[in-house]
Design a protein around this ligand. Structure first.
Ligand SMILES: Cc1cc2nc3c(=O)[nH]c(=O)nc-3n(C[C@H](O)[C@H](O)[C@H](O)COP(=O)(O)O)c2cc1C
Length: 358
């Protein structure tokens, strides 16, 4: 098994198994719409088997840092259309990651009178650095059952918007302590209704989103990202192996395109959950986190995954597949420009062809 063996995931045939995972780079405009610069950035990376575009907020009530993107209005859809068209014109394939930050949304970024939302009224631990200084997370408002239906409808509409923008599918952001993750874990979800308690109940919100989007795009165009090892913001679960195996099994019954598991290549074998999730899910599995070519090939050879995400390596190497193929040296990612606002450190990493041309 090699990174260069083609694979079918859901409704899509991929020419290789290198995935560019979602990475917010804060180059959107003030309307949270993608810019021409972003279309260039994604086009440069179209040789990936699959690009998953950075997390875009599904709701006007979920706002991340300045320069981050959203996909709930027509201006944003027009910006994303430019991105999808550029990638397709260069022969690539692209999904849109859909996110809602839930209790991680800073109250100061919301319209007056709005509070962040979450499954339960438990604040995230810690703070975010903003231009105005540190802001601690507010205690969120626990969603009512009617509110949950409205948020599920926002995800559905965002997926329709992504389809209208020309994306090949969507990835539901169920990782990184964001809203879906807040529902999945019993430390942040203390509900006593049908959305809390058992792992099946905690997965209900995610499954309702999958079913709502599946009704318009088909489940073969849906991926789900999960990060059972993530512990930021004080998010915890009393039994991640059981919780996430249950989630994977339920997603398997929907025959979605893939699960995208954030699990570092450095995770000790005894702590890995990839095997358990794979058995439970039975569909294509992407793993991502600290992989290089050798550890990725090893993960494929050992049957631990079907595809591998390379985040920071794709930031620094627009032609990463060609570099792997030819065992060429790699550019080094420059952390300082990950969240920049202009072209520097964004679209100016050289390709092998640029270097040859001198
Ligand atoms: C600048 C930056 C932005 C990121 N933004 C997102 C995001 O929007 N959604 C997400 O699920 N993960 C995000 N991530 C995490 C990456 O998708 C990936 O999991 C992480 O970089 C680990 O992979 P790597 O070791 O290959 O870089 C981001 C990572 C970086 C470096």
């Amino acid at each position: 098994m090699s990174l260069f063996e083609p694979i079918r995931i859901g409704a899509l045939d991929l020419p290789n198994r290198l995935v560019m995972p979602p990475m917010g780079r804060t180059r959107a405009d003030d309307q949270r719409a993608p810019t021409a610069l972003m279309a260039t950035y994604y086009r440069q990376r179209a040789d990936a088997g699959l690009i998953i575009a950075e997390g875009a907020q599904v709701s006007p009530f979920s706002i991340s840092r300045p320069g981050s993107t959203a996909i709930h209005n027509a201006i944003q859809v027009a910006g994303w259309r430019r991105v999808a068209e550029a990638v397709h014109a260069a022969g690539g394939r692209i999904f849109q990651q859909l996110s809602h930050h839930g209790r991680r949304v800073l109250a100061s970024r919301l319209p007056p009178g709005q509070a962040p939302i979450a499954p339960s009224a438990i604040a995230a631990e810690g703070f975010l650095e903003t231009r105005e200084g540190r802001e601690i997370f507010a205690v969120p408002r626990a969603l009512t059952v009617d509110d949950i239906a409205r948020v599920v409808a926002e995800y559905r509409q965002a997926a329709v918007n992504a389809r209208d923008a020309g994306f090949d599918g969507v990835e539901i952001h169920g990782a990184s302590a964001l809203l879906v993750d807040q529902f999945l874990r019993d430390g942040t979800n203390r509900r006593t209704d049908q959305y809390g308690g058992s792992a099946e109940n905690r997965a209900r919100f995610l499954l309702e989103i999958v079913d709502a989007i599946g009704g318009v795009l088909g489940t073969a165009r849906i991926g789900v990202r999960l990060s059972p090892h993530f512990g930021g913001d004080g998010i915890v679960d009393s039994n991640p192996a059981r919780t996430f195996s249950t989630v994977a099994e339920l997603l398997g019954t929907r025959r979605i395109a893939y699960i995208h598991l954030v699990e570092s290549a450095l995770t000790p074998p005894a702590d890995r959950l990839s095997a358990a999730l794979r058995t439970a899910f039975r569909g294509p599995l992407i793993v991502c986190g600290d992989y290089d070519q050798a550890s990725a090939e090893q993960a494929l050879a050992e049957g631990r995954a079907d595809l591998v995400g390379f985040g920071r390596l794709f930031i620094a190497n627009p032609d990463l597949p060609a570099r792997f193929r030819h065992s060429s040296a790699l550019n080094t990612p420059v952390t300082a420009s990950f969240y920049g606002r202009d072209a520097r450190g964004y679209i100016d990493y050289p390709t092998l062809d640029d270097l040859k041309a001198g």
